[in-house]
Design a protein around this ligand. Structure first.
Ligand code: F6P
Length: 374
C-alpha cells in the first residue's frame, strides 16, 4: 500500500509518564527505517501554536542521533503541557481575564505548512480526546495511550503505570519502618485522578491496612476500628493508602485548585483522612503526599518495552493506512482500536474485581465495611 507519507510528527501532551521517551525512540526509528522524516513538536501543540516563543521554531528534528540513549530517561525530550488544548486554548483578554478559544483550523494549517503528513499523538484521555477531534477535522493521526493513572479504556494497560506503582510501593515500604518505630498511623496519598489503580496496586503490593479509592466511597469508622483492633493486638502502627480522588460517603472530591484551560487539580485528602483518623482513634497520625514523585524517574523495563511496542505499532498503523485509532495492549499482542471507543469511557477499578476481593481476603479495609455496634 502507498500511504504517501514522507514526514510525520510526534507530540506528547498532558502529564508526563515514564516511558514517553521509549515511544519517541521507537516511533522515530520505525519511521526512519521506512524512509520517513520525523519531527517532534515541543510542549504538546504549543510548538506549532506559539512557534515564535521557541528559538528552534517549536519543532525538533528527530534524527537517529537525537534519540540515541533516551529509552531509559524519564520525562519527555519534547516537553509537555496541560495548558495547550487547541480546542479550548487559554488566551488572556485585555481585562486580564482568561478565555478559551478554538484554534483547530490554525493548528491544521501549521501542520500543512510544515509538510507534516501524519501525527503520532501520545497522551491520556485529554490528549486523545483532542486527537480524536483533530482526526475528525482531517488530520491523519494515531494515538498512543499514556498515563500513570491507567484509566484509559480498551487497552489492558497504559505505559507509566508500572513505574508509578513500583515507586509508590517502594515509598510505602519505607514508611512501614518509621510508622512502626513511632507507633503512628501514616496515611499515604497517591495520584491517579478519578481512578484508584495506583492506590490499589501499590497498597496491596506493600501490604497496607486500608486502601481508599474513588470507586468505593468510604467511611472512616471501619478503618478506625481496624486500627484500634490492631493496636489492641500489639500492632501499634497502621498504614493507609488513599487515592487523591477518593470520596467519603455523601461527600465530594478534595480539589486543590482549578484554573482556566486546565482540569481540576486534586490533592489534600491525605491530611484530611489523617486528622480524622487521629480524632477517631486517639492515635498520632501523619500524612505523606507522593504527588509528582510518581511521574518522575527512569521507567521500569516493563514500561520501556510497552513504550517501544506502542511507538513501533503506531508507525505500522500509519503504514497500513490507519487513522483515528489508538494502539492498544491486547495481550499477547498490540493492536488498534478506534480512538472514539477508547475515550468514550474511563477505565476505573471494578469494585468486585479479583484484586479487590484478594485485598479483602487479606483483611485490607476499603471503608465500606460494617462496624461492630457499641
Ligand atoms: O494524569 C496524571 C496525573 O499525574 C494525575 O494522577 C494527577 O491528578 C494529575 O496528573 C496532576 O496533574 P498536574 O501535574 O497538572 O498537577
Amino acid at each position: 500500500m502507498t500511504t504517501g507519507i514522507k514526514r510525520i510528527a510526534i507530540s506528547t501532551g498532558g502529564g508526563d509518564a515514564p516511558g514517553l521517551n521509549a515511544v519517541i525512540y521507537a516511533t522515530t526509528l520505525a519511521a526512519r527505517n521506512r524512509g520517513w522524516d520525523v519531527v517532534g513538536i515541543r510542549d504538546g501543540f504549543n510548538g506549532l501554536l506559539r512557534s515564535d516563543d521557541y528559538a528552534d521554531g517549536g519543532m525538533i528534528d528527530l534524527t537517529r542521533h537525537r534519540v540515541r540513549g533516551i529509552i531509559h530517561q524519564g520525562g519527555t525530550i519534547l516537553g509537555s503541557t496541560n495548558r495547550g488544548n487547541p480546542i479550548a486554548y487559554p488566551v488572556r483578554q485585555a481585562d486580564g481575564s482568561w478565555a478559551e478559544v478554538d484554534r483547530t483550523e490554525e493548528l491544521l494549517e501549521r501542520f500543512a505548512e510544515r509538510g507534516i503528513d501524519a501525527l503520532v499523538t501520545v497522551g491520556g484521555d485529554g490528549s486523545l480526546t483532542i486527537g480524536d477531534h483533530l482526526h475528525r477535522a482531517g488530520l491523519r493521526l494515531i494515538g498512543v495511550p499514556k498515563t500513570i493513572d491507567n484509566d484509559l479504556d480498551r487497552t489492558a494497560s497504559t505505559f507509566g503505570f508500572d513505574s508509578a506503582v513500583g515507586f509508590a510501593s517502594e515509598c510505602i515500604d519505607r514508611l512501614f519502618s518509621t510508622a512502626t518505630s513511632h507507633s503512628r498511623i501514616i496515611v499515604v496519598e497517591v495520584m491517579g485522578r478519578y481512578a484508584g489503580w495506583i492506590a490499589l496496586h501499590a497498597g496491596m503490593a506493600s501490604g497496607v491496612h486500608a486502601i481508599l479509592i474513588p470507586e468505593i466511597p468510604y467511611r472512616l469508622e471501619p478503618v478506625a476500628e481496624l486500627i484500634t483492633q490492631r493496636a489492641q493486638r500489639g500492632s501499634t502502627y497502621s498504614i493507609v493508602c488513599v487515592a487523591e480522588g477518593a470520596v467519603p460517603v455523601g461527600g465530594g472530591r478534595t480539589v486543590a485548585a482549578k484554573a482556566v484551560g486546565q482540569a481540576e487539580r486534586l490533592g489534600g485528602i491525605g491530611s484530611k483522612v489523617a486528622a480524622e483518623l487521629e480524632a477517631l482513634t486517639g492515635r498520632e497520625s501523619r500524612a505523606v503526599v507522593l504527588g509528582h514523585l510518581l511521574r518522575g524517574g527512569s521507567p521500569t523495563s516493563l514500561d520501556r518495552l510497552l513504550g517501544l511496542r506502542f511507538g513501533a505499532a503506531a508507525v505500522r498503523a500509519l503504514d497500513e493506512g490507519h487513522s483515528g485509532v489508538m494502539v492498544a495492549l491486547n495481550p499477547p499482542t498490540v493492536d488498534y482500536v478506534p480512538l472514539a471507543e477508547a475515550i468514550s469511557r474511563q477505565k476505573t477499578v471494578p469494585p468486585d474485581c479479583d484484586s479487590i476481593q484478594t485485598a479483602r481476603d487479606m483483611g485490607i479495609r476499603f471503608g465500606d465495611e460494617s462496624v461492630a455496634a457499641g
